[in-house]
Design a protein around this ligand. Structure first.
Ligand SMILES: NC(=O)CC[C@H](N)C(=O)O
Length: 350
């Protein structure tokens, strides 16, 4: 079945439809990852985004549902050059095509993804639709204006008792399962929704953790959360990853900005001190380094290619966070020391 990718700049790409048969829209972003397709598409940070796989061969190994980073596919749509298991069943008994149908996510195959990526690198982030008809919409919605965190955050408090004495207040702004798993190696987790009644918490906790999540970190729906972080950062450790990093920067008085086309992939070189770490990335926003002046926060890691701020920490307080993904999934384990830093910050032995 023919399907069309329609871009805000007036261009149309024709391909073969697979997955769900409805239409979808979102910001078109690309990942350069060559593996980890299931982990990637189930990462809640991708809500509101249509994902291009720049690497041509995708889904050329079976789906293993144990690798899902959340309970469902979170990308708004998928663009591939050659998605292999479209028509075949994997070890789980489900083919990629069928899996995307069940998750109601439309996809389009046979697209020259590399030229599409070049276009986005030239023009910057672009909005688009995947449709069954070559008919342009009246308007291209900016999905980054939506309250995406409310769509992916858990709805109710959940206690994750990992047997550890230390307690972390884990604010779910759209977390990946692997982050919960990693932190549970250090502490038990009070997992709360992004809009929890923060100023009336009755249970004890030793630190706050903010994970990854979708959309604009400056969204107004996140202001009560930022106010809470602002207050708590002077009295207890606050740590974060990706959206968490951006929320910490904003709470401490810094600024974030939208990047031209973001970083998404698993081989981004980041310089921290005098060492380079190969890291996993998925972000379209970044902390503005200059805006940290006078906030007490300092830049301690930057992307080698474009200088993007990739790690920040407070000069005196135990407040630190990374823009990259130390939990990997998918990606290299170069930066898992981040979880050891959290352990020692909480007074635990490595
Ligand atoms: N992975 C994330 O947490 C992404 C953070 C934010 N939504 C961004 O695009 O920059």
């Amino acid at each position: 079945m023919k399907r069309y990718l329609l871009l805000e700049d007036g261009t149309t790409y024709e391909g073969t439809g697979y997955g769900y048969e409805g239409e979808t829209n979102g910001e078109i972003v690309f990942t350069t990852s060559m593996s980890g397709y299931l982990e990637t598409i189930t990462d809640p940070s991708y809500a509101g985004e249509i994902l291009i796989f720049a690497f041509p061969e995708i889904a050329n190994y079976p789906l293993n549902l144990e690798h899902m980073e959340s309970s469902k596919v979170q990308v708004a749509g998928i663009i591939t050059k050659d998605a292999h298991s479209i028509y075949s069943g994997g070890e789980s008994g489900t083919g990629f095509n069928e899996f995307l149908k069940q998750n109601m996510v439309p996809a389009i195959d046979g697209i020259d993804t590399r030229s599409l990526v070049e276009k986005i690198r030239e023009s910057g982030a672009i909005k688009g639709y995947i449709k069954n008809k070559n008919e342009f919409p009246d308007k291209f919605e900016d999905t980054m204006d939506l309250d995406l965190v409310s769509m992916v955050s858990i709805k109710k408090y959940k206690y994750y008792n990992s047997g550890h004495k230390k307690q972390i207040l884990f604010i779910d702004v759209g977390t990946k399962n692997s982050l919960i798993k990693r932190l549970s190696e250090t502490a038990s987790l009070h997992i709360v929704p992004y809009n929890y009644d923060f100023f009336n918490i009755k249970f004890h906790y030793d630190a706050i953790f903010l994970p990854n999540g979708p959309g604009n970190p400056g969204h107004s729906s996140l202001e009560p959360l930022r106010a809470f972080i602002r207050e708590k950062s002077s009295s207890m450790p606050v740590m974060g990853v990706c959206l968490g990093n951006q929320l910490i920067a904003l709470s401490m008085g810094g600024k974030t900005e939208k990047m031209k086309y973001g970083h998404r992939g698993i081989n981004h070189a980041v310089l921290i001190g005098n060492r380079v770490y190969i890291t996993s990335h998925n972000h379209g926003y970044a902390v503005n380094g200059d805006s940290l002046k006078g906030t007490g926060m300092e830049i301690c890691g930057t992307d080698i290619n474009d200088g993007t701020v990739e790690m920040i920490k407070h000069r005196e307080l135990p407040v630190f966070s990374v823009q990259f993904h130390p939990e990997a999934y998918p990606g290299p384990y170069d930066s898992t020391w981040f979880f050891n830093d959290i352990k020692t910050t909480l007074g635990e032995k490595i």
